[in-house]
Structures are given as C-alpha cells and as structure tokens.
Ligand binder design. Structure first.
Ligand code: BG6
Length: 481
C-alpha cells in the first residue's frame, strides 16, 4: 500500500519532538509500510536537503533510544520531502494537490500539527481544493476546541468537508500500550469481568501526575489549565476504557458507542457539586528532583496573579447499573512528587475477616508510566503459625519484560493506525463533545469563583483538600495508604 503522510506545521515542535521520532521508530522497527513518503509543509522556504539537515540536527535533542545513527537517519531521510506552504493562500492548497497527484498514492494522511485555531480554515481550503476524496484522512491534534461551542464549530467544519470516518482525532493516551492492555485484560480474559462492577469494586482512581512544570509553554498553558489540558481528554478517555460495557466487536464504532455511553452516564456537575467534589490547585515554589524550582506564577510567560489551575482532583460517578454509587476519582497535576500515571481499581474488602491484623482489600494497579504493567495486590500467609497476620504480596507483570521486542510507543502506534485507516484508538466527535459538555459546569463555576485555586508546594502530591476529597468517603489515594 503506498501512502503520502503530510505534516502541516512541518517545522513545529510537535513534529520534530514527537511525530518524526515516532515515525523513525516505525521505520527502524520495519513497521512503516513500504512505498511511503513523508511530506512536511511549513512557511519557510527550504529545499528537501535543507529540511533533512534541519531535522537531523533536531534529532540530537531527542531521547537516546529514539535517536537514529547518522547512517540510519540518511536512510530514513530518503522518505522525507519538504514544500513551502502558506496556509492562508488557497492556491498553495492547489499546489499541494498537484504535488500529491504526481504520485497518486493509495492513501493520503494529512496531519494537522498546527495551532488548532487554524483547523477550520485548513479543512475548508482542503475541501475547496478537492483534497477530501475517500483516500484522504485528516489527523487532528488536541486541543480540539476550548469549550463545547468551539469544539462543535471545529467539528461542524471538519464534517462539512470530511466523513466522520476520515477524521482521526488524536488522544495520545489511547495509544499507550497499557491502555490497549486494559482492553485486553477486560475483554480478552474471563477472569475479571464478573468482578468488574459495583458489587466487588469500592472505588477507582485515575492519576496522571507529572513532575515537570509548565516550562516554556506558560502562555499556552495559562489559556488552557489542567482541566482542559488533561482531564477533558486523557483522563476521561481512560475512564471510558475502564467503565465501558464489553463492546459487541473490536470495530471502532462498537467501541466508541460504548465509550460514549459512559460519558453520557457521568454524573453532571452543579455549582454546588463543583464546590464539593472538585479541587483545583496551583503550584508554588518547592523542590523537584532534589532541586529548588519556581512556582507557577514565576514561570516565564505566565501573567501576574493568574488563577490558572495546574492541578485538578475530582470525584464523579458513572450513573448506570454496573457502577451506581462507586466513586471515580480523577487527579492530574504539574510539578507533583513523581511522574506517575496509573489506574487503581480498589476492590471491596472480604465481607467477614477471619485472619488477625489488617484486612487489606485487593487492588489492581494498571501502570501507564513510567513503567508499563499490571500489579495485582493480594494477601498471603507466610505459613509461620496459626495466629499469623496476612502479608501483602503482588503479582507483578512488567510488559516491557514480557514483550521485550514488540513495544510500540503511543505516537508510533497512532501514526501507523492512521496510515492503515484503523479508527479504534481515535476519538469520535460525539465523544469529544460530550466530554466538553461534562466539564463545562466546572469551568463556569470557576469563572465565577474569585478565590482562585488552592496552592501546593512543587514536589508534593497537591493541595491537602485533594486528600480530604477521598478521605470523606473513607478512602485514600494509592500513595497515601
Ligand atoms: C499533553 C499535555 O496532552 O500531554 C501536556 O498537553 C502533558 O501538558 C502531556 O505534559 C503528557 O503526556 P505524557 O505522554 O508525557 O504523559
């Protein structure tokens, strides 16, 4: 199958930091279908050779494991081409079309790695130029909109030009191997499904913690905040994967229909429940990795007195028969104690404890990063005597060790899926809009509340109120137990 993969924003950060290294990995692993071209377009005037040299230099800043040797880069670079394109010029889209028709590849993937405010304009122009035939797919990077209205507007334009099944909305968390393993665990094994319900599960926690601050992205971040940046998309997508009903097949729409049902079942927020069930925080100066680090308000390009949240913890429920009454706690933040992303399923304790000592409930920990694996927490007897208290033991599955050669990173997986036309791991417009609908009352309540976010020290686990939120139900965050 021949393909042309076009990056709009070909000289942007996303392209050289994430997309090109991911493609290079696919190339190195022999997974990139033969007969492909990678085309970058951006404003600057440069030749293929200049672009390749520029990218080769950028690759020096990429992680060692993903960096090509000079010889590997030269082989990869044979696939790379560059054209100048001014996205505001209709005739430049015609030129792109002519360029693509020189080869007439089976599949054309147009990846919009530009600022999202350009998406409607780019899509309209692609439509005018006739670059929306069935062999064309468009990949849209987040953030897709700023609120429900802007997301609907982007989707309206995208749908007026492309069919829904030509639109690949990226949420890179769906490409993480552990997320695919969550689906495999639930629907490829009979063991857990009978337990995966309110009768057996006490609560579910989803933590997406980062140790880094906002870095040089202060201006973007300040317009966005943690709720829009991480909860509306990544955390909610993980929640849908945990809570969804078994789909009738592994087809994209069968899966996305079930995910949408979960989003529609989320308990809606009111002004009162936002005050009670949502905690927002902003980091102050503290220590990270043993070094002093500035607070959010001291970061570059952050406006003085900003109320932007760099931390969110919230409690919600999925209002259906399977999950009624089970709290789902979501939490994310910058400059937290560790880079740690995990889903913790806390099972109920045994109904009638007969062993002395602590009655520990079972847990299933699905680790997304830094490692990627599953940990099942059980209780066991050492065999030291009649009145022995049980000890905690773990069944620990490390996927990097279990599958040492076949690991595929999130962007690599999603790019390969976009080329192959597999939509399973991409977000449908109705899911995305429903997620906005659910977070909007929180945004509205915060806009009216002039007290602003609570503070927390960089390097901590966030404001104390986040612990209180969980403690109120008689539970604790995973790391506090
Ligand atoms: C992005 C957010 O979507 O995800 C960033 O915009 C965040 O703020 C990043 O740092 C986290 O991704 P990962 O894969 O490093 O956990």
């Amino acid at each position: 199958m021949s393909f042309d993969l076009v990056f709009f924003g070909g000289t942007g950060d996303l392209t050289w930091r994430k997309l090109m290294p991911a493609l290079f990995q696919a190339f190195r692993h022999g997974k990139l279908p033969a007969g492909g071209r990678i085309l970058a377009v951006a404003r600057d005037e440069q030749s293929d050779e200049q672009y390749r040299a520029w990218l080769k230099a950028r690759f020096q800043e990429v992680d060692d494991a993903k960096r090509p040797s000079s010889e590997e880069f030269d082989r990869f670079a044979e696939l790379l081409h560059y054209r100048r394109m001014d996205l505001s010029q209709p005739d430049h889209y015609q030129r792109l079309k002519e360029w693509l028709s020189e080869r007439n590849a089976d599949t054309v993937v147009l990846y919009l790695a530009t600022s999202p405010h350009l998406f409607p304009q780019i899509c309209e122009q692609l439509g005018v130029a006739g670059l929306n035939t069935p062999r064309v797919r468009v990949v849209l990077e987040k953030p897709l909109g700023h609120d429900l209205r802007s997301a609907q507007e982007i989707n309206r334009v995208v749908r007026s030009v492309f069919d829904e099944n030509q639109a690949f909305r990226i949420d890179h968390y769906l490409g993480k191997p552990s997320v695919q393993n969550l689906a495999a665990l639930r629907f490829g094994n009979a063991l857990f499904e009978p337990l995966w319900r309110r009768e057996c599960i006490a609560n579910i926690q989803i933590t997406l913690a980062e140790s880094l601050g906002v870095g040089t992205r202060g201006d973007f971040y300040d317009r966005t905040g943690a709720l829009r940046d991480m909860i509306q998309n990544h955390a909610l997508q993980l929640l849908t994967m945990v809570a969804m009903e078994p789909p009738s097949s592994n087809d994209a729409d069968a899966i996305r229909d079930e995910k949408l049902k979960v989003l529609r079942s989320l308990k809606p927020f009111t002004e009162e429940s936002v005050a009670r069930d949502v905690v927002r925080g902003q980091y102050r100066a503290g220590m990270s990795g043993g070094k002093p680090v500035p607070g959010y308000l001291e970061e570059t390009k952050v406006p003085a007195g900003s109320h932007c949240e760099t931390f969110v913890a919230l409690r919600t429920e999925v209002q259906n028969w399977r999950w009624a009454g089970v709290p789902f706690y979501l939490r994310t933040g910058k400059r937290l104690a560790a880079r740690d992303a995990e889903i913790v399923v806390n099972f109920r304790p045994v109904p009638h404890p007969i062993f002395p000592g602590t009655n520990r409930a079972n847990k299933l920990v699905i680790k997304l990063q830094p490692e990627d694996g599953l940990e099942l927490h059980l209780s066991a007897a050492k065999g030291s005597g009649q009145s022995e208290a049980l000890s905690p033991v773990f069944l620990d599955l490390d996927f990097d060790k279990a599958f040492p050669t076949d690991r595929v990173g999130a962007y690599e997986r999603l790019l390969l899926d976009a080329i192959a036309g597999r939509l399973n791991l991409f977000v449908r417009s109705d899911e995305q809009e429903q997620a906005w609908r659910w977070v909007e009352p929180v945004l509205d309540a915060w806009r009216k509340d002039t007290t602003g976010p609570r503070t927390y020290a960089a390097g901590s686990w966030g404001p104390a109120a986040a612990s209180a939120l969980v403690a109120r139900d008689g539970f604790a965050w995973f790391e506090e137990e």
